[in-house]
Design a protein around this ligand. Structure first.
Ligand code: SAH
Ligand code: SF4
Length: 362
């Protein structure tokens, strides 16, 4: 019985070989997975999607990840850094439009000036929103001391993707040197949990050299780490990066897209009460991509509220969507799309990870 999709899904615990089989499913079979993941979502986290207004405030980065369009080595990339005023304006917009939370994201920097700046911004955002706006940050690898400082200043969730839970694959998609290390990435994730953040991680799906085994291990990694939030998106090649050389070895875009949806659905079945984000990169492949992810298990969506003039310069990958829409347009279009997916928007709510609170009680 166990080797049919229905048989596999009847068991509580998914083993690696089960996950691989689920990842291999065809159109008909994968609908059985989606049906189940969608029911689990409704039962455990509700038919609600939460907004996180995404502010990509700077593309200045001192790292050189081999997949990313804003890596330090891409000298063709024009660099920008929003003023504090612009960031606060975007945060205000999110607050006034009842987005509930924002995400501050940028390229990676570990210098004192940057650390102090974030610290100040966090305090100010809390102040201007009467402590009402939830703040997620996604600012890469930092020391535990820095994580602690930012936590105390008001950030309560952190996103740091492991990118791949396989050390071997991680080292194929990053230069191996002091600045890029698998061990440091792991240490940072442990430090974030230790400090008390709702901790989020994730991987790219469809990377060069990546196998279904790697992806199954990624899902098992999230589970064993007891992660609170996950963001997974398809890998999309960027011309000005070293990995572009391997573009002919990749799955076609629509297959990377389908594989990402399957990863999201299987994860929802494995980790019923976590928050799962519907990655923007899904929309770069299919205009309705993010809504499809909401339908089958994701419950967080991140409308871009970065001032429009800077959006063209935050292209981690090619064909990034919504770079010419204003924040207003983005929010409105998103709400309509979420309704189409059959969900309500959790306006004015933080939409915290239920898993996090359960983890605190143990
Ligand atoms: N500098 C921070 C945050 C910005 S990058 C950090 O690295 O954590 C945010 C995410 O964008 C990365 O974690 C990576 O998974 C994703 N990303 C980068 N390049 C990409 C590409 N070519 N295709 C898809 N996602 C990409
Ligand atoms: Fe910098 Fe993040 Fe891109 Fe790596 S993924 S180059 S750390 S912005």
């Amino acid at each position: 019985m166990k080797n049919t999709v229905t048989g596999i899904l009847a068991h509580d615990e998914l083993l690696k070989e089960d996950i691989i089989q689920l990842l291999k499913t065809d159109v008909k079979e994968r609908n059985i997975i989606y049906q189940k993941s969608s029911e689990i979502k409704e039962q455990y986290v509700g038919k609600k999607a939460y907004y996180r207004g995404l502010i990509e405030f700077s593309n200045i980065c001192y790292k050189d990840c081999l997949y990313c369009g804003i890596r330090a080595g891409n000298k063709k990339q024009e660099r920008y850094n929003l003023t504090d005023e612009d960031i606060l304006k975007a945060a205000k917009f999110a607050h006034e439009n009842k987005f509930g939370s924002i995400v501050l994201q940028s390229g990676e920097r570990e210098d004192k000036e940057f650390i102090n700046r974030i610290d100040n911004l966090l305090k100010k955002i809390k102040q201007i929103s009467n402590n009402e706006l939830g703040i997620t940050i996604s600012l890469g690898e930092q020391t535990e001391e820095t994580y602690k400082r930012w936590f105390e200043s008001g950030a309560h969730r952190y996103l740091l993707r492991i990118e791949s839970s396989s050390k071997e694959l991680f080292e194929k998609i990053h230069p191996v040197n002091k600045k890029h290390s698998f061990e440091r990435r792991l240490e940072c994730l442990y430090a974030l949990q230790e400090v008390g953040y709702q901790t989020g991680t994730g991987v790219m799906v469809g990377l060069p050299f990546q196998t279904l085994e790697h992806l199954a291990d990624d899902l098992l990694f999230f589970k064993s780490f007891s992660i609170d939030m996950v963001g997974m998106g398809p890998y999309i090649e960027h011309q000005e990066t070293p990995l572009y050389e391997f573009r002919n070895t990749l799955l076609p875009l629509n297959e990377r897209f389908n594989l990402t949806l399957k990863m999201i659905a299987i994860l929802r079945i494995m980790m019923k009460d976590i928050n799962i984000a519907s990655a923007t990169a899904l929309q770069a492949i299919d205009p309705a991509g993010r809504e499809k992810a909401i339908k089958i298990g994701a419950n967080v969506i991140m409308p871009n509220i970065t001032p429009t003039i800077h959006r063209t310069n935050y292209q981690l990958y090619e064909n990034k969507p919504c770079i010419d829409e204003s924040a207003d347009d983005c929010g409105n279009c998103m709400e309509a799309r979420i309704h189409l997916a059959g969900d309500e928007v959790g306006f004015g709510e933080w939409g915290d990870s239920k898993h996090y609170y359960k983890r605190q009680k143990i």
